[in-house]
Design a protein around this ligand. Structure first.
Ligand code: GLY
Length: 409
């Protein structure tokens, strides 16, 4: 009887193996995405790009918003998985909304915008007009590069910083690398490498955690300040910033095969993985009050207590977008490493994706304003964007699942 039970259990194990469970998760999530995004697509006017939804109200952005490429990008990923012609039609239509972006563009996030929309479209259907947009996007971003600083400028000069570079900007290097790969134009790869090398040198603490903002002197290239904009405080680690760092250096390794970038991605992963809660979805800042490694409200650069609404005993808000970005980056990093290390990355990515695909995070059909994931945050330092869906959380979640699926093959 006992041996019969053991045989039966052994027979059942493959059904629970990660490969099978990710396929099940993928089917569930991509089916849900079809329902959610069909509703979202129907609601949007030709000028609107979805950002979030709160208290029954949609918040949409315009073309120049840094998030404008993620809805078309998500549609391309859903088309890739499902092959549904109606999703292809939606992806093309939502991508076409970004046609005017080059002429009006004034910030560093052109990489996010162009790569997730036109970049995915070009990868999947090879429309030459999409390649032209990618080329124009890379050129536009390159105009923000300072050879003195060695980086592309993030925000324009303002009261606090003259030449700020945020860790998020690592993500915009992808368009430069892609266009180099597609056209052979070396200028773009040189800029991407210079930006990544300068960031590697100045943006990290010895433990692999990152500052959000490093401000440079534009005339000399010297570092002036290391501070935060969206994290809890200057010396805290904003989890989405850390996730951009992980993804950014993993991506730079993919594009260049420079071992220094792989090393940096590993270092970030070594810091980040032990900071994750049991279910894998990070708190919005690894040092926010209420976390295991909490800083006090007296930390340098901490938010104004009259703005920051968290009080002792309140749960610390999670950021599903940071979780999705980490999962996508780790699933890829797993493919560049081996043995126990690779397994650890894959296991962590699977855990995060499993949690995000549970009803706690995944929207029920027709709910959540047409977004997939709940519980993201945008800027808790200013207490804005509190516990909401986010278009980029959905995009990186879908991407993470696809990368995990690829690991199985
Ligand atoms: N790059 C903006 C953000 O991560 O919120």
């Amino acid at each position: 009887m006992k041996s019969l039970l053991i045989t039966a259990l052994l027979f059942l194990i493959p059904a629970c193996a990660p490969g099978n469970s990710i396929k099940k998760t993928a089917d569930l999530v991509f089916e849900r995405a079809v329902v959610q995004f069909t509703g979202l697509d129907a609601r949007l006017s030709p000028e609107q790009m979805p950002i979030t939804f709160k208290d029954g109200k949609a918040k949409d952005g315009k073309l120049n918003e840094w998030t404008s490429g993620f809805f078309p990008g998500s549609l391309w990923l859903v088309y890739e998985y499902t092959g549904k012609p109606e999703i292809l039609e939606m992806a093309k239509r939502q991508t076409a909304k970004l046609d005017g972006i080059i002429g009006m563009h004034t910030h560093h996030d052109i990489g996010f915008q162009v790569n997730s929309s036109f970049g995915n479209g070009y990868r999947l259907i090879g429309d030459p007009a999409y390649l032209e947009m990618m080329k124009a996007g890379a050129e536009k971003l390159s105009t923000r590069f300072s050879p003195v600083v060695g980086c592309t400028r993030s925000w324009n000069p303002g009261k606090r910083w003259n030449f700020p570079v945020i860790i998020d900007n690592m993500m915009n290097l992808e368009i430069l690398c892609e266009v180099y790969r597609l056209t052979g134009e070396e200028k773009y790869l040189d800029i991407a490498r210079s930006h990544a090398n300068t960031t590697l040198k100045n943006h990290f603490r010895p433990d692999g955690s990152t500052w959000h903002v490093v401000a440079y002197d534009e005339e000399t290239g010297a570092v002036e300040k290391k501070q935060t904009s969206q994290g809890f405080s200057d010396e805290s680690t904003w989890s989405r910033g850390e996730s951009w760092a992980l993804y950014g250096f993993t991506m730079m390794y993919r594009e260049t095969k420079d071992p220094a970038y792989l090393e940096q991605a590993r270092k970030v992963a070594a810091f980040l993985i032990p900071m994750l809660p049991k279910d894998g979805v990070p708190e919005w800042d690894f040092n926010a009050p209420g976390t295991k490694h909490a800083f006090g409200m007296d930390a340098v650069g901490a938010p104004d207590p009259s703005v920051y609404k968290w009080r002792p005993g309140d749960p610390v808000l999670r950021d599903s977008s940071a979780g999705a970005i980490i999962a996508s980056a780790l699933a890829e990093l797993a493919s560049y490493t081996s043995g126990k290390e690779s397994k650890r990355y894959r296991k962590t990515a699977l855990k995060i994706v499993g949690t995000l695909a549970s009803p706690e995070y995944l929207a029920a059909p027709g709910e959540n304003g047409g977004f997939l994931l709940k519980h993201g945050v945008t800027n808790l330092h200013k207490w804005s964007g509190v516990d909401i869906p986010l278009t980029y959380a959905d995009y990186y979640f879908l991407e993470a699942i696809q990368k995990l699926m690829k690991l199985e093959n």
